[in-house]
Ligand binder design. Sequence first.
Ligand code: TMP
Length: 238
Amino acid sequence: MESQILYNGSSKVVYKGEGDEDIVIRFKDYIAAFYNIKGARIENKAKMNCSISSMVLGYLNECGIATHFVKRLSDSDQQCRLVKHIPIEVIVRNVIAGSMAKRLGIEEGIVPANTVFDLCLRDTELGDPLINDHHAVALGLVSYEELDVIYEVSTRVNTLLMELYAKAGIRLVDFKIEFGRAADGSLVLADELTPDTCRLWDATTGERMDKDRFRRDLGRVGEVYQEVADRLANVLNK
Ligand code: TMP
């Protein structure tokens, strides 16, 4: 019998798992940008992103961060914990790039004095608008206490991933994560962490090793995703 589909997106599909508390995330060989206006098949992307996200989330679990990741099941599949998803995107920025550079008229590549956090409401019809803490609480999505935890965990994740990627010769420019609530109400990082959801620049050459290659038609998308997977595997002895 085919498992029940809980979510079917452009780059992954989520199935109900065998246990009541489990889900299976299956990555796809597809890349999409600008709300699916632009999309393409990328050979082996499912395997590369499943590998990268499994290594990164497994590493975070080992470092004591509560994530939804349980184990990698196959080339393209991950077993994860079922959580109640909070529809907020938390963006962490170490270097100015992307929408922040554009919105505020700042040159990409400038390092701000502090880590910058953005919150976006996850609502495709509204274009995932930027919101602030008070909006998030007023919308009933989280409490102020939960926001404290979200910022604290996001800061720890940022420190751990900056160190990990630095060992791989990669600069972690920014990334996006989402959270969910486990059955006991505790917050769990419940997202992928891949070059689709992070900006990764080669530490020496500054070459982009993430989805911006696809967004900006820079070419060699699959090649750089494979390079990220290989470098992480080398650093983590996988
Ligand atoms: P931005 O500069 O477009 O706001 O993106 C910041 C980072 O967050 C970048 O690494 C891409 C990632 N991101 C997502 O993964 N999904 C999203 O919906 C958004 C807005 C950003």
